[in-house]
Design a protein around this ligand. Structure first.
Ligand code: NAP
Length: 542
């Protein structure tokens, strides 16, 4: 095709209508750019559309887990609980789409299958499973960090005659769980939230646990009118605090995201009496009040022992308590989990724990599952087995950049990106909260406003300047990846015993890298501002 025939249909294609995509479309429109959003789901919401399993809720306070770009919106919207349940966040995002008339630029039930960059024209051809072919000057990948579900395979799973459902693909019409024999695999954030609710709904719940989890009581509560009014009265300051905070949070919320120790006292110097007093005062949080657990593995293990002691005091059956106790990996290497009565659920007569490391799954049959030790009859199997995080949503698209390069090949040994935004070899493509950004270590809405705001401002500028290609430079990308690695060196995140979705260890065969920027949001944003001021230092402009 002649270059002239490859003129773009729109300035920007945005992939995904979750939080990032909704913000992007509004911001692009506000800056006078044309855009089309392609969304796989039949409606907006992203994570908060797909993850509608019983018990799903956010572990960041609702008054913080919301956008601040419109003072009227944040004043008018009413949250009912401290930690917002999934339906409320979904309703909030529906409201956003409606309030700003965003749906007219969104094509729902449209999954992107392939994207190909055409170098002479500087355009992307985006193809979808509904046979759309859209040509755009720029692409903004608002595909989410936790949006590509990971489904393990076991022998015979296809033969299981009951219902198999993934927490991250929970059907809108719901799942009939009433009185059913339910099995759930996975005890990360999703599993830990679902387990207490599934126990209440089914006749029996079997929890298949591979690795025990560190989880803390969420102490969720209804929001009082006074509490809500007090925050709304100081919303501008709260948003400012978020922008200036390492994790884009206000107050002490950051501890939820990072599990960083909060105290000044070293556990290595503590006496048994002091540790007992800490347990009495702080319960499960007793392991998080010391200063030396993030940097010293011996201190970390002492703190973990406090945690195990709390499990023993909570779970009546000593054998079950022992199986639930984390061992062999440090506290703080994974995303902290918050729960609503998780350990207490194992005191119910109708809940059984199967520790898969002692008793692996051998096969599924039409009626249930056979482990090495027994047969367990099931009607419903729930998979809370996580995600091909941060990279999966992009590598599952056949994404071809310059010179026929394919992203899934380029990232086979780990994601590489400049500033977590641009990728060398893939011009005119921007990634929201991608690998190499503070991304999932920050509260999404405020972080999105800052980072996606930068992307949109940049696109506006590039369009004005008639730029054909805007691409991360190889040397700048390498230097940024080195900085990301340097910041994580010596932290629990990269401890050899830490297996998590942060470092790719949760997926068999996935490269083990830790692609999150640990410099904090303000430093990250300052860096973006410097890059802009230096005429997009580290990007090549054609
Ligand atoms: P996850 O943390 O990766 O947990 C997946 C679970 O599935 C783990 O227990 C894992 O065991 C298990 N698993 C995976 N493959 C398995 C296999 N083949 N056999 C047995 N068990 C297997 O995923 P997630 O729970 O969906 O959470 C992911 C992230 O999403 C969270 O860390 C959080 O950032 C976010 N999230 C947040 C909320 C919230 O706001 N409260 C709720 C849900 C999710 P291993 O540990 O042994 O790998």
């Amino acid at each position: 095709m002649h270059t002239a025939e490859k003129s773009p249909d729109v300035d920007v294609v945005v992939v995904g209508a979750g939080m990032s995509g909704l913000f992007a479309i509004k911001a692009l429109r506000d800056r006078g750019l044309t855009a089309v959003v392609l969304e796989k789901a039949p409606k907006a919401g992203g994570t908060w559309y797909w993850n509608r399993y019983p018990g799903a809720r956010c572990d960041i306070p609702s008054l913080e887990y919301s956008f601040g770009f419109d003072p009227e919106l944040e004043q008018e919207w009413v949250w009912t609980e401290h930690f917002p349940p999934q339906p409320e966040i979904e309703a909030y995002l529906d409201h956003l789409a409606e309030r700003y008339d965003l749906a007219r630029d969104i094509r729902y039930s449209t999954g992107v299958t392939a994207m190909t960059f055409d170098e002479p024209s500087g355009t992307w051809l985006v193809e979808t499973d509904t046979d759309d072919h859209i040509r755009a000057r720029f692409c903004v990948m608002a595909t989410g960090g936790l949006s590509a579900p990971y489904t393990p395979s076991w022998p015979g799973l296809d033969s299981f005659a009951g219902t198999v459902v993934q927490t991250s693909l929970w059907p809108e019409e719901g799942v009939d769980l009433e009185g059913k024999r339910i099995g759930i695999v996975g005890t990360g954030s999703s599993g830990v939230q679902a387990i207490p609710e599934l126990a209440k709904l089914g006749s029996h719940l079997t929890v298949f646990q591979r690795t025990p989890t560190f989880t803390w009581p969420s102490r969720n509560r209804a929001l009082t009118d006074e509490e809500q009014a007090a925050v709304k009265a100081r919303y501008p300051q709260l948003r400012e605090e978020q922008r200036n905070s390492f994790t884009a949070t206000a107050g002490t919320t950051g501890a939820v995201i990072l599990a960083f120790p909060t105290g000044e006292r070293r556990i290595l110097d503590s006496t048994p009496e002091e540790r007992e007093a800490a347990l009495a005062e702080h319960g499960f949080d007793a392991c998080r009040i010391w200063s030396d657990t993030a940097s010293n593995l011996e201190a970390n293990e002492m703190a973990v022992e406090l945690y195990r002691e709390m499990i023993r005091r909570t779970v009546r059956d000593p054998e079950t308590a022992e199986k639930l106790s984390p061992r062999g990996f440090p506290l703080g290497c994974k995303r902290p989990v918050l729960d609503n009565g998780y350990f207490e659920t194992f005191n119910r007569d109708d809940v059984t724990l199967v520790a898969l490391r002692d008793e692996p799954i051998v096969e599924f049959t039409p009626d249930g599952v056979r482990t090495s030790d027994r047969f367990i009859a099931l009607d419903v199997l729930v998979l809370a087995t996580g995600f091909d995080a941060m990279t999966g949503a992009l590598t599952r698209i056949d994404l071809q950049g310059r010179d026929g390069r394919r992203l899934r090949d380029d990232w086979a040994d780990g994601a590489r990106a400049y500033l977590g935004i641009g990728i060398e070899g893939y011009p005119n493509l921007f990634h929201c909260v991608g690998p190499g950004s503070a991304g999932v270590l920050a509260t999404y809405p405020p972080h999105i406003e800052l980072q996606v705001g930068w992307i949109v401002d940049t696109v506006r500028d590039l369009v004005d300047r008639g730029v054909v290609a805007f691409e991360a430079d190889r040397a700048a990308q390498d230097a940024w990846c080195d900085e990301v690695a340097r910041l994580s060196a010596g932290t629990m995140y990269v401890a050899p015993t830490c297996v998590s979705w942060y470092n790719g260890g949760n997926i068999d065969g996935k490269a083990r890298t830790f692609p999150l920027y640990l410099g904090g949001v303000p430093t990250y944003m300052e860096r973006l501002r410097q890059v802009t001021a230096a005429d997009y230092e580290g990007f090549r402009i054609t």
